[in-house]
Design a protein around this ligand. Structure first.
Ligand SMILES: Nc1ncnc2c1ncn2[C@@H]1O[C@H](COP(=O)(O)OP(=O)(O)OP(=O)(O)O)[C@@H](O)[C@H]1O
Length: 253
């Protein structure tokens, strides 16, 4: 097996001015194999986004270890993280907010390529290609974020994440702000990209139905802790914890 990510006992404690420190993620362990899709579910405030930010090092890890392809990346400095994070990209919930409103989508998608020294003409070709791979017309590169729909903007955000050819894509509630039809289309796109780009996913979501159709395995988070983990079907059909049962009932009732 080709293990991409290995997290052991990940813990995040936020210092809070004038208050007790707050443990948002508490002793979370998991692994992600190549080609695998790991779902992380839990109610609001359970620590899902904090965990995603720890994996992408948008926030520091207080305790525990994180390895990428066997290499310990827990304490790497920002300057050392660039190579690793070409391999791990993130797509967020609010697509428009993830682009600079003053720059075109093409500019945003091409930024990482510019940073890597690609020539302007090659960037334009690559950006068009990426947009098309994500089901958009290449001409959309000229538009600003407010000039496209939410679904189109999320496709562009996925195109931007793919620009650096990552191995792992972390989707943090990436379809939650979209209406159901568009949500379905984005899920179909992700499914397709999984095969065409050989991607592995960490799919963060509060909707167990989406996790069931997309993920190979799932972690259920509650108060920063993993309360249950396994195959989505098993967890949905036979939830062991009352908390998980509540999450299941919320979607399937
Ligand atoms: N910078 C911070 N300082 C203090 N507490 C924080 C900070 N960031 C997050 N938290 C707290 O950590 C807990 C987990 O938050 P997190 O955003 O990870 O939850 P979540 O499961 O992603 O929720 P949602 O589904 O609403 O996005 C929450 O109680 C939140 O208030």
């Amino acid at each position: 097996m080709n293990t991409l990510l290995e997290a052991e006992h990940l813990t995040k404690v936020f210092a809070q001015r004038g208050k007790e420190p707050f443990k948002a993620v508490d002793d979370v362990s998991f692994s992600l194999q190549a080609g695998e899709t790991l779902g992380i579910v839990g109610e609001s405030g359970s620590g899902k986004s904090t965990l995603a930010k720890m994996i992408t090092r948008l926030t520091d890890i207080t305790d525990g270890t994180l390895k990428f392809q066997g290499k310990d990346i827990t304490k790497l400095k920002q300057s050392q993280l660039r190579d690793v994070y070409g391999n791990i990209q993130m797509v967020f919930q609010n697509p428009a907010g993830s682009f600079d409103p003053r720059r075109t989508l093409g500019d945003g998608i091409g930024e990482s390529l510019r940073n890597r020294g690609m020539k302007k003409t090659d960037i334009a070709i690559r950006v068009k290609e990426l947009l098309e791979q994500c089901g958009l017309d290449g001409e959309l590169a000229k538009r600003y974020p407010h000039e496209v729909s939410g679904g189109q903007c999320q496709r562009a955000a996925i195109a931007r994440a793919l620009a650096v050819e990552p191995k792992v894509l972390i989707c943090d509630e990436a379809t939650s702000s979209l209406d159901v039809t568009i949500q379905k289309q984005i899920m179909e796109l992700l499914e397709e990209l999984k095969d065409t780009h050989g991607l592995s996913f960490i799919f963060i979501c509060h909707n167990l139905a989406l996790v069931q159709s997309f993920c190979d395995k799932v972690l259920v988070l509650y108060d920063g802790k993993v309360v249950e983990s396994g195959k989505p079907d098993d967890i949905i059909n036979e939830p062991k914890e009352a908390y998980t049962k509540k999450l299941v009932d919320a979607v399937f009732e």
